[in-house]
Design a binder for this molecule. Sequence first.
Ligand code: CTP
Length: 417
Amino acid sequence: MINIGKNIEAYLPPEILALVKAAGGIAASKGQRAYLVGGVVRDLFLKRRNLDLDLVVEGDALALARQLAKGRDGKLVTHPRFGTATFKQGAFSLDLVTARSETYAEPGALPTVKPGSIQDDLFRRDFSINAMAASIDPARFGDLIDPYGGKSDLDRHLIRVLHQRSFKDDPTRVWRALRYEQRLDFRLEFDTTTQLRRDSAMMVRVSGDRLRHELERILEEDYPEKVFYRAERLGVLRHLHLALEGNGWLGERFDMAREASGSAKPDINLYLALLAWRLDDEALKSFIERLKFGREAARALRDIPRLKQALHALAAAELMPSGVYHILEHHRPETIQAAVLVTDSALVRQRLELYLSSLRFVVLSLSGNDLKKMGVAQGKKMGTMLRALKEARLNGEVTTREDERKLVRRWLNRGKR
Ligand code: CTP
């Protein structure tokens, strides 16, 4: 039996280690066994930071979670229907679940679940590197449970499923496999590759919500384009959408998006707009429907073809800033941001950037009320004057409240003459 107790102690921040040990102690006091499991064990070996811990207990996870949270700072969210709980402290989160076995009635469906042993629980998992557990029982703290050769696959940099039916049971694992492979710079094991290719068509049975969730998780990776590129080469990208392309064009744009966002990660909606940029109207529509995008994301995606049209107008030789503003004012900032990274024209890019960085924030200092006090009658004339003032602001002809007042006075005097 390999023991990684020392590794766990060195890996986890002290407060989290104390919490994990307390959980192990509470479980033991009830005659139950608890384990750290999945991603945290994998990342501990890889020396990668992971603050999303998963804890499995052969016993009652809810009761354990409640007792653990008692008297501690943090937020406990329980899901009694699933017998699971999450305890959060700042960026750290601990998921507690009861060990279970799962069977799949049909591909892509959600599994049927019943309580089981830690071995059962590991067997229901996706890949060997995610199917290891470490005991947190005080008497055997750090004992490694690794029935499927996860440690050896970690050492050989392999992503391997546990059995033949894995991708059929849960086709979202296709995306998970590619995500881990590209994130960790591992390789899909030979049989796993064959099965992934063979079963990826089962993706049609996965709900839009689950598929979108996988896409979002890909877009949260440091280099999402690697996953799309690999998926294309394996012939499975079409299962996300038939018309998507994962080639160098996308990589270059994603690179530019990262450069533009500095130390922060680009917004995933920007990545999404770039991914969808080359879809035609029909494809875009079916992409939005298939992945059940929420209202905001769907709006941003639907804006792509309209904005592409607007870019022609933005290439005109003579265009005042107010003209740029009116071309872009009803378009979405994240879509405009994507256009900045896509356009070949320096002039268009400059105008898009002008809009994003300043024009869209331009507001008047004077209100209708101010104009009224200056003697402008309410009604059509006031509306025209407010619009003309905004044009003057956009074009930099006035920059202060006083400038605006002067301009209004000039207009009023001209009217008297
Ligand atoms: N899991 C699985 N099959 C899935 C989803 C999850 O077997 N379709 C298991 C894996 O053992 C995984 C664990 O549940 O390690 C937790 O899932 P998740 O939080 O998605 O994975 P992490 O490994 O924590 O991944 P990441 O580092 O990307 O957060």
